[in-house]
Design a protein around this ligand. Structure first.
Ligand code: GRF
Length: 213
C-alpha cells in the first residue's frame, strides 16, 4: 500500500494533538515548531479528554487553540464522534496522540486513515500496553527506547515511523530509565511528524520507507 502525501504545497500541515495528562510530548512538539526545527506544520488544536490535564493548561498558557471533550462516562463511539467533528472543524490533517489514554474506535481510525500517530515508550513490538518502561526494566533488556507509529485497530501495533534506542545502564532504576526514554520521545515525535508531513514516504507492507522522487 502506498500512502498519499500528507499535504503538498505551501500550506502547513495542521496538527491535532490529543492528550490526557502532563503533555511533555506535546510541549516538545510545540517547542520544535517554535524553534524552527520542525517546519511546515502548525498546531491547529490541542484536545484533552481530561479537564484537569496539565497539558491542557500548558496549551492555554501558550495561547494555542484547545478543546476539552471529557470522555469519562461516555460511550466510546459517542465521544469519538465528537472528537472527529472537533478535529475536522479545526481542519486537522494529522492527529498526534501524545499520552492520550484512550483506545480509538474503528470510526475514529477510519476518519483519519494513516493520519494518526502514537508514541509508545518501548521498542515495539516489545512491551506494548501500560508501564512499558517498567516492563522492559523488569524483563532485563539491555536496550530499550521509544516508537512513533501509526495507530491501527490493535494496541501499540501500527506501522512504525521512527524508533530511538538507548542502552539500559547498570546504574538505572525503572524511574531513571523512564526519564531517559522520555528524553528520546521528545526528539522522536518531531522527527516522525516531519517525515509524515513531508509526504515523501510509502508504506510497503508494514514498512515505512522514504519515497524516491
Ligand atoms: C509517554 O511516555 C508516551 O510514550 C506514552 O504516554 C506518555 C505521555 O507523556 N504514550 P506526556 O503526557 O507526553 O508527558
Amino acid at each position: 500500500m502506498s500512502a498519499a502525501p500528507a499535504k503538498a504545497g505551501r500550506d502547513p500541515v495542521r496538527l491535532g494533538i490529543l492528550l490526557s495528562g502532563r503533555g511533555s510530548n506535546f510541549l516538545a512538539i510545540a517547542e520544535s515548531i517554535r524553534a524552527g526545527r520542525l517546519k511546515g506544520v502548525e498546531i491547529a488544536v490541542v484536545v484533552s479528554n481530561v479537564a484537569e490535564a496539565d497539558g491542557l493548561a500548558k496549551a492555554q498558557e501558550l495561547g494555542l487553540t484547545s478543546e476539552v471533550l471529557v470522555s469519562k462516562g461516555r460511550k466510546r463511539q459517542e465521544h469519538d464522534a465528537d472528537a472527529i467533528a472537533c478535529l475536522r472543524a479545526h481542519r486537522v490533517d494529522l492527529v498526534c496522540l501524545a499520552g492520550y489514554m484512550r483506545l480509538l474506535s474503528p470510526e475514529f481510525l477510519a476518519a483519519f486513515p494513516n493520519r494518526i500517530l502514537n508514541i509508545h515508550p518501548s521498542l515495539l513490538p516489545a512491551f506494548p500496553g501500560l508501564e512499558a518502561q517498567e516492563q522492559a526494566f523488569e524483563y532485563g533488556v539491555k536496550v530499550t527506547g521509544c516508537t512513533v507509529h501509526f495507530a491501527d485497530e490493535h494496541l501499540d501495533h501500527g506501522v512504525i515511523v521512527v524508533q530511538r534506542a538507548i542502552p539500559v545502564l547498570e546504574s538505572d532504576d525503572a524511574h531513571s530509565l523512564a526519564e531517559r526514554i522520555l528524553a528520546e520521545e521528545h526528539i522522536a515525535y518531531s522527527e516522525a511528524i516531519a517525515r509524515v508531513a513531508s509526504g515523501e514516504y510509502e508504506i510497503r507492507g508494514r514498512r515505512f520507507v522514504k519515497r524516491i522522487l
